[in-house]
Each structure stands twice: as structure tokens, then as C-alpha cells.
Design a protein around this ligand. Structure first.
Ligand code: 4FV
Length: 229
């Protein structure tokens, strides 16, 4: 999979969560081709401005459609596949496991990171395929949401998790929360591990795990079970 990122802060993607562990290995193994681009490289005026005051007044600044469109066209031209253009914003579809799995079916994603009050709506209307939010709260820029999306999607690239873990066997794969996990030391501070897990009785252990998943989901996230809160 190829992922292009359009941002005003390319340095935010260096030396961070996309440069360690599973995602780093997926990039080294050529499973994930991450390309980060500076939107300001496509500003044309002598102040290299990428934003301006909102028509109709209001606080803050808005990112210019002409600069964004030039940046997008330049990046789209770098690969045969035009890619699915995703704008990260609080107005988007809220990212969940099923949307992550859907986005992971694309061979190329182009993620657009907003700053300030956001982007000119004409860019969204004419250049963006999907608007995606990571949740109902405001962050300072689209960079962190883009990293969350890249990390979540990259885990579904075949081979990215190695053969030790499969995305099918984890939270949300079947809409339930994960069961509690325990490891050595079996005894600590008088805090015990559920006996069943030390029994070696696999059928009973699987049954216990499934019961725990259902109970936790019912208690903490009844919405996931479709039950009204
Ligand atoms: C956001 C979110 C988000 C809004 C204004 C960046 C900020 C600033 N993006 N999910 N929640 N974006 O808060 O995706 O431009």
C-alpha cells in the first residue's frame, strides 16, 4: 500500500510512531510506502501563503483551495493510481474498525492534514473522496489523526503483523471488547491470576475468554451490542 500525506508540518511524521516497531518494519519490508509532502511547496505568492481570512468574517484562517489543489495534483501525478483522497476533519465519518478495514482495501491513500480553522469547502467538495474524523473533539491539526489512521490501516496489510497476530482475532473484529490479559509473574503483591487461565484446559479457557468479552462489552460499551445505553 502507498500512503501519501499532505501536511504543513512534514517533520511531525519523522522519528515518531510511524518510525518504530510494526509500522517501521512494514515500511522496511516494502509493505507500506509512506510519502510525506509539504503543502507550502505549492504556494506561489512571495509570502508562500497557504491560508487566508474566511469570507463572511469569523475567527482564524482557512487553508486555500488553489494551493491544496496544486499540491494534490502534483502528488497524484507521482503514481499510476490516483489514490483515495481522505481529508481528516471533525466533520467526517468517525473512524471505527469497519471503516479502517474498508480503507485498508485501497492500494493508495492520499491523506490531507488540515490546520487553522480547516480547508476551503470547495477543496472538500471537488477534490476529496472521504472525510474522516478520529473522534468528537478538536486537535490542533490533522497530522495526529492521519498517523492514527495510517497505524490502524497498516495493521491490515497482509504480512504487516507478521504471523504472530491476525487482525481477525482482536477487539472489534467481531464487535466485542478484548478479554482481560495476564502474564508472569503468576503471583504479585497478593494479586492473583484467574485460576482458569492456569488450568491448561483450553476449551474452558476459551469459554471464559468469550464470557469475559461479552460481560465487558455489555458493561462498558452496550452500544457495540446495539443495546441502547
Ligand atoms: C480532527 C478530528 C480535528 C480541526 C481544526 C484540525 C482539527 C484543525 N481531524 N479528526 N477530530 N482536526 O480535530 O480528524 O484544522
Amino acid at each position: 500500500m502507498r500512503v501519501d500525506v499532505l501536511t504543513l508540518f512534514p517533520e511531525a511524521f519523522e522519528g515518531g510512531p510511524l518510525d518504530v516497531s510494526i509500522i517501521k518494519r512494514a515500511r522496511e519490508d516494502g509493505l507500506l510506502d509512506l510519502q510525506v509532502h509539504n503543502i507550502r511547496d505549492h504556494a506561489t505568492d512571495r509570502h508562500r501563503s497557504v491560508d487566508d481570512t474566511p469570507f463572511g468574517g469569523g475567527q482564524g484562517m482557512v487553508m486555500r483551495v488553489d494551493v491544496l489543489d496544486r499540491a494534490l495534483q502534483h502528488v497524484q501525478g507521482q503514481d499510476g493510481s490516483p489514490g483515495l483522497v481522505v481529508y481528516l476533519s471533525p466533520q467526517g465519518e468517525v473512524l471505527d474498525d469497519s471503516l479502517v478495514r474498508e480503507l485498508a482495501t485501497n492500494e493508495r491513500l492520499i491523506l490531507v492534514c488540515g490546520r487553522y480553522e480547516g480547508v476551503d469547502q470547495r477543496f472538500v467538495d471537488h477534490c476529496v473522496d472521504r472525510e474522516v474524523s478520529i473522534g468528537d473533539y478538536i486537535v490542533t491539526g490533522g497530522e495526529l489523526p492521519a498517523m492514527v489512521l495510517i497505524d490502524a490501516v497498516a495493521r491490515h496489510i497482509p504480512g504487516a503483523l507478521g504471523d504472530e497476530v491476525s487482525p481477525e482475532e482482536e477487539s472489534f473484529a467481531d464487535g466485542l471488547l478484548e478479554h482481560p490479559q495476564y502474564t508472569r509473574p503468576a503471583e504479585y503483591n497478593g494479586w492473583a491470576v484467574p485460576e482458569i487461565l492456569l488450568s491448561g484446559h483450553h476449551a474452558k479457557i476459551e469459554k471464559w475468554k468469550q464470557e469475559q468479552r461479552l460481560e465487558r462489552t455489555r458493561e462498558r460499551r452496550p452500544d457495540l451490542l446495539g443495546d441502547s445505553p
